[in-house]
Design a binder for this molecule. Structure first.
Ligand code: ZN
Length: 198
């Protein structure tokens, strides 16, 4: 791609390294960017840098936030004794969009996958176990219904049940292998309401 000159090629290369951006989209974006007003480019790069530097894990639920506690954990109106365990922040956002869940969350940032060599120590499991030493009534496991999500749910329930805490799993209305973030709110709510105790 040297016919673009090295600066343009570098921009295209950086953009095509992003998930879901193929070579063609990267070229299109690169051309769009160099034709953008300079202030707009500054705003874009500033937003990227600012987000990268200031977004961290909530010290309670491990979701991504720019505060010590995310808005959900900081909200005293939420039921802090009910914890829904999800694989990532996008899943949390999907449940929040339903507007019906009153509890709090725990974000694992992944799922156990022996195939990919991802073990319990590679996700935010230790942080969850620490939280369970507090006053917790129920843990709702809302990991995806993929192989990894199911393995994680099984592992979690074996780990948590002996502590005498109620453990439930969202209903299997969620399609197998389906990512939670792509499922509509009605299906999510149904899955939550139809959860079964493990
Ligand atoms: Zn939080």
């Amino acid at each position: 791609m040297d016919y673009y000159g090295s600066l343009m090629s570098k921009l295209i290369e950086q953009l095509s390294a992003l998930p879901g951006i193929g070579a063609k989209s990267a070229q299109r974006l690169a051309f769009h960017i160099i034709h953008m007003p300079k202030e707009q480019v500054d705003q874009l790069t500033g937003a990227i840098q600012n987000a990268r530097e200031n977004i961290c894990y909530c010290k309670e639920c491990c979701t991504l936030t720019d505060q010590e506690l995310c808005p959900i954990c900081a909200n005293e109106q939420r039921d802090h004794r009910t914890i829904m365990v999800v694989e990532n922040t996008r899943d949390l956002a999907a449940y929040e969009k339903t507007g019906k869940y009153e509890g709090v969350y725990h974000v694992l940032h992944g799922a156990i996958s022996p195939l990919l060599g991802i073990g319990p120590a590679d996700i935010k499991l230790k942080e969850l176990m620490l939280r369970l030493q507090g006053d917790v009534k129920e843990v709702i496991i809302a990991t995806n219904s993929s192989l990894e999500g199911e393995a994680t749910a099984m592992y979690l329930s074996k780990l948590i049940k002996p502590a005498g805490i109620k453990v439930s799993r969202i209903a299997s209305g969620v399609p197998v292998g389906g990512d939670l973030e792509y499922i509509d709110e009605v299906t999510l709510l149904r899955a939550l309401e139809g959860r079964v105790q493990l």
